[in-house]
Design a protein around this ligand. Sequence first.
Ligand code: MN
Length: 228
Amino acid sequence: MSYVIDPSPVASLPIEGESSRFPVRRIYCIGRNYADHAREMGHDPNREPPFFFLKPADTILEAGRDFPYPPGTTDVHHEIEMVVALKSGGRDIAEADALSHVYGYGIGLDMTRRDLQGEAKKLGRPWDVAKGFDHSAPCTALVPAVRIGHPTKGRVWLNVNGETRQQGDLSDLIWSIPEMIAYVSRLFELKGGDIIMTGTPAGVGAVRRGDVMEGGVEGVGTIKVKVV
Ligand code: MN
């Protein structure tokens, strides 16, 4: 195979304690998956089926690197989320089989240009410019499920400059990980390399240049990213 221009490198994430990397194909993100966050965004958590949006794979920003404040916004928000990485996929995956497709877990930040998202919502436009901008998906190294199992509870938290902003617990997820995998697989063919950002608890808010975001999911890991 030859290309008329050089192809972009494959987006990837490190694996904790290993030299091989996880190649990222697609990033599926669920909206409003914690009741208290759905409420803070003005929605009823009880009446909605799940909905998803995507970020391009190359929006991954490897944890340890600084997050460059993006252009076109004055209101960039943090959303701390557990990340699920799939080692295999398929269509119409049954909930009972879903976890057998999981390679491992990590911690991510679904960074959001909230002002552009608000405008898009108001005008009935897509969210891509709000969610899929360059470096909008800071993410840690992945931890294989064979090491930590499949987490279903544990504190989810985010501090900014040492002050608590977001708090929740994995046990508060409205849609579980098997339910999310099954649901997405009815709309898309999932493949190994796909990752799912599993939603954020309440307390989302703006960051400024110089801020340090530090958060984690109990039993999975922590992330620390500086805004520059
Ligand atoms: Mn999110």
